[in-house]
Write a protein that binds this ligand. Sequence first.
Ligand SMILES: [Mg+2]
Length: 86
Amino acid sequence: MNLSELQAAQIEQMKNKDCLPKDETEIILHLVEEVGEVCEAIREDDREELKDEIADVLWQLNKLCWINKLDLEEVFLHKLNKNKDR
Ligand SMILES: [Mg+2]
């Protein structure tokens, strides 16, 4: 599954559960919260928790792309190419 497919699968799941985000502020707050949880997992040297929290960060980034009508894979590939030339 590529990033675009992951994004679509997540949004479909969220639609089915009727839990799509209301606005960008809600997403940003969750994103920052999840980044904090990544930090906590690292501090506690909890590899299993780290994996979950990294996935949670991606989950929030997917939502941020969705609400801005952006394709996560396209956004990432664009930046990857941009960084190649630096
Ligand atoms: Mg989390």
